[in-house]
Design a binder for this molecule. Structure first.
Ligand SMILES: NC(=O)c1ccc[n+]([C@@H]2O[C@H](COP(=O)([O-])OP(=O)(O)OC[C@H]3O[C@@H](n4cnc5c(N)ncnc54)[C@H](OP(=O)(O)O)[C@@H]3O)[C@@H](O)[C@H]2O)c1
Length: 335
């Protein structure tokens, strides 16, 4: 459609899982860029568990999305027309595009893609924000060291896949927790994790972790929270670290799970720390260069889970919480 900016706006606040019922599509005219602005065509949208949080609460680092607003989202876009110095028609940028086909944005938050580092697809996957989250979370917050045992939950997901591979490349023994035999086979066979635990088939996750980590866990990278965090805490060694990256099991829960094993932090001198990837934005180039080198050498892989069409974005948000995605979830909006 010419001169049409397709948009998906928040219609209602979700109870439980968020999905298609919470959004409505509308068409706005494409707005030509003024000085200091750029007109973009969205190519990929990233779909992230944090979006469910933005629909409801104030997570402390961005305000919630208001009813009637275009859904907030990061993504990759092609420059159609630019009134920003240094950006030309045809360039690709990473930007806070939102769930829309043709955003007109100012320079804030725009990053021109260096396609020497990787392809446009790589920039949504192993060079994108989820990969940076894994890199900084594992290395800076987890402070991993060669020879340590590292446990990762959500291990077949966007962050988890890269987190485990970063730890492997740093000489750690890596155990992943994921839901289902297929995801476990993927992380063990294709990503070369040392062991995989299917939390959906284990009667006692604490015992299952102890069986594959008999000497305990030095670093636990937590993407899911809830009972998995408790099971991991029971297995952490003296002076261990717990990286609180996310807690998807609790994000849409009606009733929050009360973590019981926090007391172990005292005697075992465990450091448990949360972080937001943008804490490290001054160092994104350093991380991307590292990831790009490993990608080109074939030492890092990332499976992408791509849905086709802007209208699929709300369904994607549901899928993340149902566990029906494997790898970094993105929506392809245009070629
Ligand atoms: N701190 C930061 O700056 C930052 C930045 C980005 C992402 N994050 C967090 O990182 C985590 C992973 O994000 P992602 O984008 O890579 O998503 P993802 O892991 O690709 O997708 C979500 C996965 O979570 C698992 N899951 C869903 N419900 C679950 C439950 N009740 N219990 C256990 N696992 C469950 C599912 O895998 P299974 O089938 O294996 O259950 C699902 O496929 C999220 O918690 C996200 O909020 C944090």
């Amino acid at each position: 459609m010419r001169n049409a900016n397709r948009q998906l706006k928040l219609k209602s606040r979700p109870v439980g899982l968020a999905g298609p019922d919470n959004f409505e599509e509308s068409i706005a005219p494409i707005r030509q860029p003024g000085d200091g602005e750029v007109l973009l065509e969205t190519v990929y949208l990233s779909v992230d568990p944090a979006m469910r949080v933005w629909l409801k609460e104030d997570p402390g680092y961005v305000p919630p999305v208001e009813i009637g607003d275009v859904m907030r989202a990061g993504g990759i876009a092609r420059v159609i027309d630019s009134k920003i110095e240094g950006l030309q028609t045809g360039d690709f940028v990473a930007a806070r595009v939102g769930w829309q086909s043709h955003p007109t944005l100012d320079a804030q938050g725009l990053h021109k893609l260096d396609l020497d580092l990787g392809s446009v697809e790589d920039w949504i996957g192993p060079l994108g924000t989820t990969a940076l989250t894994a890199w900084f979370g594992m290395r800076e917050v987890g402070a991993i060291a060669s020879g340590e045992t590292v446990l990762v939950s959500g291990a077949a997901g966007g962050v988890g896949q890269v987190a485990g591979q970063v730890a492997k490349l740093e000489g750690c023994r890596v155990v992943g927790i994921a839901g289902g035999a297929a995801k476990c086979a993927f992380i063990a066979d294709e990503l070369r994790f040392d062991a995989a635990i299917d939390y959906k088939s284990e009667a006692d996750l604490t015992d299952a972790i102890a069986n594959v980590c008999p000497e305990g866990v030095d670093v636990y990278f937590d993407n899911v929270g809830g009972p998995t965090l408790d099971a991991a805490l029971a297995n952490i060694r003296l002076n261990g670290r717990v990286v609180i990256c996310g807690r998807i099991s609790q994000t849409a829960a009606d009733e929050l799970y009360g973590v019981k094993n926090v007391g172990l932090l005292i005697g075992k001198r465990i450091r448990m720390q949360g972080f937001i990837v943008s804490d490290y934005q001054d160092r994104y180039d350093e991380a991307r260069r590292w990831l790009s080198d490993k990608l080109k050498a074939g030492d890092i892989k990332q499976r992408l889970h791509i849905l086709d069409g802007l209208e699929k974005a709300p369904e994607g948000l549901t899928m993340l919480f149902e566990g029906t995605t494997t790898g970094k979830l993105a929506v392809k909006v245009s070629d």
